[in-house]
Design a binder for this molecule. Structure first.
Ligand SMILES: [Zn+2]
Length: 299
């Protein structure tokens, strides 16, 4: 592949890790590693709207008005509370706000006025759900220079929950985001941790292009955001096994055996759950980052 530069730092010091065929559009992509900034990215970096089309099955759920809070939403609330960061009466911008589930969760804890909560979201079916949750300041488009020109003022808090890994131009994206943060304001980021166990299994769930283009580890944030880094940690998704039959059926697909054999896997589920819980503590499935805008805020 010729002339591929890192989409974040521009470096040419990059190396191909592997080539894949996406199960979502059957196109070929290459996973690249940048030695300069530690980003991993898939090429070609070409956006496709897999959201409204529900190519990734999960989005059908988002379009129906789910009520269960995702693990990164719960982790965000836990971290904000631990750091005594209060969102009451703050001016908040959520980019890639999806169906508004994060707003619903935050609004249970903090008193957030809808007039102070802004959402940018490109998926119009998700936007309908945002409206159903009571949100009114919604821009239904992708986040870019045009969108930014429609946004007035600066924000105390910018939320990027499971959004950065979808970007095809992270350099411009982050620059535009930082310009919208008020002095001493914060940016809360959650992304999948590429150093987690079982990443290959997760790929079938959606961690591949044209859904996710970028892959992060903690070093990436430490290296590139040192001057504004306020908090950084990996966290476990704390998956819950409520239905043993469903979990056992999942195992039949992982081990590629006949679905009828699911009963044989049931006795192993509590053991698997325990082991996976311990593994997730060693290397969490997600990363949470809080950046604070100060005089040295850069990039
Ligand atoms: Zn780079």
């Amino acid at each position: 592949m010729k002339n591929v530069n890192c989409p974040f730092c521009g470096s040419k010091t990059i190396k191909e890790i592997k080539a894949i065929i996406s199960p979502f559009n059957q196109k070929k992509y290459k996973l690249m590693n940048c030695f300069e900034c530690e980003l991993q990215f898939f090429t070609p970096l070409i956006f496709e709207n897999v959201y409204e089309s529900e190519t990734i099955k999960e989005y059908a759920n988002f379009h129906k008005g789910r009520i269960i809070f995702p693990p990164w939403t719960k982790e965000t609330i836990r971290v904000l509370r631990n750091l005594s960061i209060n969102l009451n009466d703050k001016k908040i911008l959520e980019i890639g706000g999806g169906d508004g589930i994060n707003y619903t969760a935050l609004n249970e804890i903090y008193s957030i006025e809808t007039k102070n909560y802004y959402v940018v979201e490109l998926d119009s079916k998700s936007v309908e759900q945002c409206k159903a949750r009571g949100l009114t300041n919604i821009i239904n488009s992708a986040f870019g220079p045009k969108t930014v020109s429609k946004i007035n003022g600066k924000f105390d808090v910018v939320l990027l929950l499971e959004v950065l890994e979808h970007q095809i131009n992270p350099k411009e994206f982050i620059k535009l985001v930082f310009n919208l943060v008020a002095q001493n304001g914060i940016v809360v980021i959650t992304v999948p941790n590429r150093e987690r166990f079982f990443i290959n299994y997760d790929e079938f769930q959606g961690d591949l292009p044209p859904h996710h283009f970028l892959r992060f580890n903690k070093t990436f944030f430490r290296k590139n955001f040192a001057s504004s880094l306020y908090y950084l940690k990996d966290f476990s998704h704390q998956f819950k096994i409520k239905n043993f039959r469903e979990a056992a059926l999942k195992l039949t697909s992982i081990f590629k055996v006949n679905r009828k054999g699911w009963v044989l896997f049931v006795p192993f589920i509590p053991i698997i759950k325990l082991v996976m819980g311990i593994m997730a503590k060693i290397k969490g499935e997600g990363i949470i980052v809080i950046l604070k805008k100060n005089d040295h805020f850069q990039k």
